[in-house]
Design a protein around this ligand. Structure first.
Ligand code: ADP
Length: 510
């Protein structure tokens, strides 16, 4: 049965698009994030903060990145060196001590800094365990945010823009506009806050406020108060000089009741400062022409070599190879956001088709149980890997014929862009970045890069799956789809230029 009624795309006002082709002025930028590839990753945020700085450096910017030093980040593997020892960070009525470590960002001249405090970050997870979030996340990320500003003082390195990402860094913007406002050069330092997902807000009881050092005068509806709680994401939205999110469509959607997660009013009030810039893909990392994790490299010109990956994938997963049977891949957090509830509604009918379905992901226990339970009933149709595995992800991107991403909402989504690069045809819902990056196959079959359905309804999902399976059996049509998908350019360069222009606007105070 349909889950929700049909709703047309949001028509909220949005800022005029940024021009991609501007001369590239050199800027000095610090990225602040809780995840950065290759050091720490649970999702797309990590990919973005791992790639965008490189693209900006190629445009002549001076860029550094800072994240917490989590337990999994090996000092030996990443050649971390001690940059600052025992730096004092004000917390509540007292101080906490931290070390700052550093390394190079890959083969670039950019620096990655790590805020080390073992009490907060020397743990198994980044935000919590499968049982739930850590109870002291407010303290952990308030500390991280404050430590970032103290680090800049100690380094005596002052970027023009602090590029903040998601709720874990929202307090940096608040600190800049409150406690650090009277401390030059912080008074002229600008902040850009990028929203990677409105659903995660960092919502905490108000008693945590004194620990942050921010005064009660900021605990107001127009500032960081949200229904009598402290909201770190809202802090980012309210105090930053400009905001952006990771696709133009999502920038419109989050100003509506359906997608704003309660903060649509705040976003509407800031709509003149809110931009949409689609993420790119790091083609050094995601490229079937050079990918060493797949058995045979290929390009748009010889994409028939994909079949070697398909065979290897199926063999590894214990499924039989049938040339005429499409393999549909899913690599995702297994949550409602990603459309798992829709898939669950139609899974039996779906697996009744002549298809094979390979799932890689972790998430809600009910979806783990559902998928595990179905494995014994569809032994030659379904393979399930309930883990996080970069190597297997690449094999699925290359070895599948189609990639399923029926999200309820999707700020940008990287999976569909990676899939297209690997000639794997995306089946997506028209929301957020999926709507901006996947073009539905035209009725004559000559245009388009995937299959798109409009409404968040399981019958619509099943319909596009069936349509895609039919198309798969028309080799000429399917070959054209693969070529068009593989030729799409989702590299970072165009988006990095838009960020540069946005930094310029912020610095000039426009
Ligand atoms: P989100 O950030 O909302 O989870 P995105 O599509 O923006 O979704 O990014 C997800 C990223 O994480 C992609 O690079 C995807 O390949 C990767 N990913 C998701 N789940 C897994 C997994 N279980 N194993 C390996 N990579 C995964």
């Amino acid at each position: 049965m349909p889950k929700t009624s049909a709703k047309k795309t949001a028509k909220a006002p949005v800022r005029p698009g940024l021009r991609a082709k501007t001369p590239a002025p050199k800027r000095k930028v610090l990225f602040v994030a809780s995840e950065v590839v290759p050091f720490a990753k649970t999702g797309g945020l990590a990919d973005v903060v791992g790639s965008l700085p490189r693209a900006l450096m190629q445009l002549g910017c001076e860029v550094a990145v800072v994240l917490p030093k989590y337990k999994n980040i090996s000092p030996e593997k990443y050649k971390l060196k001690l940059e600052i020892k025992d730096m004092a960070v004000p917390m509540g009525m007292g101080e906490m001590s931290t070390d700052i470590l550093s390394t190079r960002l890959g083969d670039t001249h950019g620096t990655v800094y790590f805020v080390r405090n073992d009490r907060y970050f020397d743990r198994g997870g980044f935000y919590g365990t499968p049982e739930g979030d850590y109870h002291d996340n407010a303290e952990r990320f308030a500390f991280f945010s404050r430590a970032v500003l103290e680090m800049l003082k100690s380094l005596n390195w002052y970027p023009e823009v602090l590029h903040l990402n998601d709720w874990q860094t929202g307090l940096v913007a608040a600190y800049l506009k409150t406690l650090y406002r009277s401390q030059p050069p912080f008074d002229s330092m600008k902040s850009l806050f990028t929203i990677h997902n409105m659903a995660y807000q960092g919502l905490f009881p108000k008693y945590i406020l004194p620990m942050t050092g921010i005064g009660w005068e900021e605990f107001r509806h127009e500032k960081l108060e949200f229904y009598d709680q402290v909201n770190f994401l809202k802090a980012g939205l309210v105090y930053s000089d400009a905001l952006n999110t990771v696709s133009e469509r999502y920038a419109q959607e989050i100003q509506t009741d359906e997608f704003g997660h309660g903060l649509q009013g705040v976003l509407k009030a800031r709509s003149t400062d809110l931009y949409g810039i689609v993420n790119g893909i790091d083609y050094d990392e995601w490229n079937p022409a050079t990918d060493k994790e797949i058995p045979a490299q290929y390009t748009a010109k010889n994409h028939e070599k994909k079949v070697a990956s398909k065979k290897k994938l199926l063999q590894e997963q214990g499924l039989q190879f049938h040339p005429d049977r499409p393999v549909i891949g899913l690599i995702s957090r297994l949550t409602d956001q990603k459309g798992l509830d829709l898939i669950a509604e139609i899974i039996e009918e779906f697996l009744g088709l002549d298809v094979q379905f390979v799932v890689l992901g972790t998430g809600e226990p009910k979806y783990h149980a559902l998928l595990e339970g179905l494995k014994s009933r569809f032994p030659d149709k379904l393979a399930v890997a309930l883990k996080f595995d970069n190597r297997l992800a690449k094999l699925i991107y290359a070895g599948s014929d189609m990639f399923l991403m029926p999200s309820r909402f999707e700020p940008c989504g990287l999976g569909q862009m990676i899939a297209m690069k690997y000639g794997t045809i995306p089946l997506v819902r028209a929301t957020g970045g999926l709507a901006d990056t996947v073009e539905n196959l035209s009725p004559d079959g000559k245009k388009g890069t995937g299959f798109v359905f409009e409404n968040y309804r399981s019958d619509e999902l099943l319909f596009v799956i069936k349509r895609a399976v039919e198309a798969f059996h028309q080799p000429k049509l399917w070959g054209g789809l693969i070529e068009r998908a593989m030729k799409k350019d989702f590299s970072w360069d165009a988006s990095a230029r838009k960020y540069l222009e946005l930094y310029g606007r912020i610095i000039k105070g426009h």
